[in-house]
Design a protein around this ligand. Structure first.
Ligand SMILES: *Cc1c(COP(=O)(O)O)cnc(C)c1O
Length: 413
């Protein structure tokens, strides 16, 4: 084959539809073999030399007009980075969107979306609780000049105003794992962009863009990175919105470090395997917890996943103090199992009444299930659940709360 037909053959392979598991290990890497590389290179440049300043001026003008990634090398690291761009390409493929834009954290990603809409004079946001605690706080405190109306999914269309720039939902939601019918919500939004925080489900279990979401947000710190060693955020969306996000990122500076971009691309390659294996562990633990008399209520999403939340009859602080194999820590989505008490940590910043109103009980524990052996995990949970039993018999938090009723654990699929 001559060079042109070889390149054409490569292009055919690139554009043929590929399964998620294949995209996870190949997307963002399609050019590597032709460059004689296997692992993606890490480009740590902060600036890029050019002897053609007329050409650079034209590229800066083009970026200012559309926010499209400049052709050729970036001018400056805050404008774009090739290693980060590989991760963005891969995540867009996994979510089924035209583009993705990476940020220094999930909160930087959400901030950029709010700033894009506010810069268009659309400062009003409609949101459904619960959301991740800091997302709730960012909206409630109006830190970026937005004004929020909280509602339930059925109230969205009524809450829309002429200046509504965004509707925000999480599904499954942090930390109750409540699920939202994304198709119905997207319909209720009409022409207002719907942002779905897909951090908990990952594109392995749910692709919100296929259900009508214009913006799919991830705290990539969680499952996408997957090993507890990268802080990052990303928005998957159409190219037009991506251009505006890149312009805001350039102007406000919440960029992702190239080394983080490398680790995220590496994390994506095992995402389907990790999510499926951890989900099987989580489903098994959810069943065992649901059958346990020390546990009042188990939350486990219909779509599955590696998160399990549960309310216990005793004092949840005792369980946190009692785990030995499971790590008592906030965050989620790592290869190892973490447990935390949302009312004390992840959702502490949310007003207590708002928090309880959103179903985040003071006796709720949230567990991010990892890849350990499920019997070892159960043995640790089992001994930690004994601690509240051995105590004074009083639950420090139970008097603030209405009695919890036992509810059936929804079966997975
Ligand atoms: C952690 C988290 C965030 C915030 O992401 P950071 O990377 O910590 O900034 C947003 N949404 C959800 C659902 C999260 O769990």
């Amino acid at each position: 084959m001559d060079t042109a037909s070889t390149a054409a053959a490569h292009d055919d392979v690139r554009t043929a539809p590929r399964a998620l598991a294949t995209e996870a290990v190949h997307a963002g890497r399609d050019d590597l073999a032709r460059q004689g590389l296997h692992a993606p290179p890490i480009d740590l440049s902060t600036t890029y030399p050019s002897y053609d300043s007329r050409g650079e001026a034209a590229r800066i003008d083009a970026f200012a007009a559309t926010g499209a990634d400049p052709d050729g090398p970036p001018v400056y690291g805050r404008l774009g980075n090739p290693t980060v761009a590989r991760f963005e390409t891969a995540l867009a493929r996994l979510e089924g969107t035209e583009a993705a834009v990476a940020f220094a954290s999930g909160m930087a990603a959400l901030s950029a979306v709010l700033l894009v809409r506010a810069s268009m004079g659309l400062r009003h946001v409609v949101a459904v609780r619960p959301l991740y605690g800091c997302s709730d706080h960012l909206l409630t405190a109006g830190l970026l000049g937005s004004e929020v109306t909280w509602t339930d999914p059925a109230g969205i269309s009524e809450a829309l105003r002429p200046d509504t720039g965004l509707v925000i939902v999480e599904s499954p939601a942090n930390p109750t794992l409540a699920e939202v019918d994304l198709r119905a919500v997207a319909h209720a939004c009409g022409s207002v962009p719907l942002l779905v925080d897909n951090t908990f489900a990952t594109p392995v279990l749910q692709r919100p863009a296929e259900q009508g979401a214009r913006l799919v947000l991830h705290s990539a710190t969680k499952y996408l990175g997957g090993h507890g060693d990268v802080l990052a955020g990303v928005v998957a969306c159409d190219e037009e919105f991506a251009g505006r996000l890149r312009q805001v990122r350039f102007a406000t500076g919440g960029v992702l470090h190239p080394l983080a971009g490398y680790l995220l691309l590496r994390g994506l390659s095992t995402l389907p395997v990790r999510v499926r294996a951890a989900s099987a562990n989580a489903a098994e633990l959810a069943h065992r917890l649901a059958a346990d008399p020390r546990v009042a209520h188990v939350h486990y999403p219909r779509i599955g996943g590696a998160m399990v939340s549960f309310e216990i009859h005793g004092d949840p602080h005792e369980v946190i103090a009692g785990v030995r194999l499971i790590t008592p820590a906030v965050s989620l989505g790592s290869v190892d199992t973490l447990i935390q008490h949302p009312a004390s940590i992840s959702h502490r910043i949310v007003d207590a009444d708002d928090r309880r109103g959103a179903g985040v009980s003071d006796r709720l524990l949230r567990m991010s299930v990892g890849l350990e052996d499920v019997d070892d995990l159960w043995a640790d949970l089992d001994q930690a659940l004994e601690r509240p039993q051995r105590g004074t018999g009083k639950c420090a938090t139970s008097h603030d709360e209405p009695a919890l009723t036992d509810t059936q654990l929804p079966l997975r699929r």
